[in-house]
Design a protein around this ligand. Sequence first.
Ligand SMILES: *[C@@H]1O[C@H](CO)[C@@H](O)[C@H](O)[C@H]1NC(C)=O
Ligand SMILES: *[C@@H]1O[C@H](CO)[C@@H](O)[C@H](O)[C@H]1NC(C)=O
Ligand SMILES: *[C@@H]1O[C@H](CO)[C@@H](O)[C@H](O)[C@H]1NC(C)=O
Ligand SMILES: *[C@@H]1O[C@H](CO)[C@@H](O)[C@H](O)[C@H]1NC(C)=O
Ligand SMILES: *[C@@H]1O[C@H](CO)[C@@H](O)[C@H](O)[C@H]1NC(C)=O
Length: 415
Amino acid sequence: MKPSHSSSIFRVTTLLSPLLLVAFIISAAIFYCSDFCYISGLQGHDDETTNRTISAPQKTRSSKLAFAIGEGKRGCDLFSGKWVRDYGRPLYEEWECPYLEPQLTCQEHGRPEKDYRYWRWQPHGCSIPSFNATLMLEALRGKRMMFVGDSLNRGQYTSLICLLHRIIPQNAKTMEVIDSVTVFTAKDYSATIEFYWAPFLLESNADDPFKHRVTDRIVRNGSIDKHGDHWKGADILVFNTYIWWISGLRVLRGSFEDEVKDIVEIAKEDAYRIAMKSLVKWINKNIDPENTRVLFTSMSPTHQWSYKWGGDPKGNCYNETIMIQNPNYFGAEESLMHVATEELNKSTVPITFLNITHLSSARKDAHTSIYKQPWGPLTKEQLANPKSYADCIHWCLPGLQDIWNELLFSKLFYP
Ligand SMILES: *[C@@H]1O[C@H](CO)[C@@H](O)[C@H](O)[C@H]1NC(C)=O
Ligand SMILES: *[C@@H]1O[C@H](CO)[C@@H](O)[C@H](O)[C@H]1NC(C)=O
Ligand SMILES: *[C@@H]1O[C@H](CO)[C@@H](O)[C@H](O)[C@H]1NC(C)=O
Ligand SMILES: *[C@@H]1O[C@H](CO)[C@@H](O)[C@H](O)[C@H]1NC(C)=O
Ligand SMILES: *[C@@H]1O[C@H](CO)[C@@H](O)[C@H](O)[C@H]1NC(C)=O
């Protein structure tokens, strides 16, 4: 069952209208904070959803997937379910995980309540297996696992390290940052779990892992090998890319070294499709599905406009402590979700789609909001109006992203 949405997706490449150009300049000016920090003032227009049916990019089980040790219950969609209270959570405490960046530790930064931490995801048709760190580290023995993408993927990476590191003695693990790569090493297992910063996957002018606060973001068409060369040899790859595509962005046709640069504005759906096509092409050229697993984490929803869920007309995720009850609320750009599923579906190498967008869309309570170390100094005006600097993109840890990793664990070992 596949809806026809070609009309919205195969939009003709358009030049910016003057109005859009103004919007672009404004958003580019606001948008220069790293990792899309506090951009509550920005148009993200997360589409509310009425009717969505997207065919899942799943392959028929012709052969066993690498790392699989069992099978999930047939016909059970892990991503279709409900949130259930669980006071056995969280799976670890902030103070137990030294790898948490200060942008993620909400309790340490004064969040007054902990409700957001006491939830687990319950699929309708089955249960998620318990996360087993021993099992995962054994499976990673002598292997290399790599997350590739933006700060949201880095959050998921950090969550996974927090879930795994506890069973490794202090002197048998290291964490180091080398340019674009963060490497966690479990020495006794000869295993590494890495994060590679590539917010667009393609080559872009935001690739500097530390100084990527660019106002005018440019992505180079088709240039995936620049980063892709560094992903070769990984045994498990977990990709994501989304948030950087949804505001003003331009596409470079030649190289960044060209004296006269050929740069075009295209619709974000078309730009995102370039990335998805390039990714699929790279995977099919470089991945041996017998030995390697590839996963793609779907778009992480944002909660920057409370009117979208029927809340305060001027609010955002700030001061939100309960989740959205409307099961149809969708906190991301649906058109891009279509593009991702449509293109990833074309891959002959299986790509496991971690469909976290819908289940996370309810979680307006789970963002870091103002309870984090800000990316830069706050002004008096901001301090007087906390919602103006609330981060409604990233998530507190422990929290929602631990559940993404339980789903990853499940899909990796029991697909
Ligand atoms: C991809 O989409 C087509 C068209 O909807 C569908 O028939 C097919 O099963 C999908 N393929 C995979 C591998 O999901
Ligand atoms: C993702 O999960 C939601 C919720 O179960 C479902 O409605 C949607 O069709 C799924 N999308 C894909 C691409 O699997
Ligand atoms: C976790 O996995 C290990 C290794 O496969 C196994 O021996 C152990 O029983 C598992 N623990 C639980 C609680 O299932
Ligand atoms: C990007 O490259 C592809 C393949 O070379 C080409 O078909 C497409 O037109 C290019 N897109 C833009 C915006 O230049
Ligand atoms: C936060 O929400 C509570 C309950 O809805 C409300 O009573 C309180 O005034 C809000 N606080 C701020 C600072 O907006």
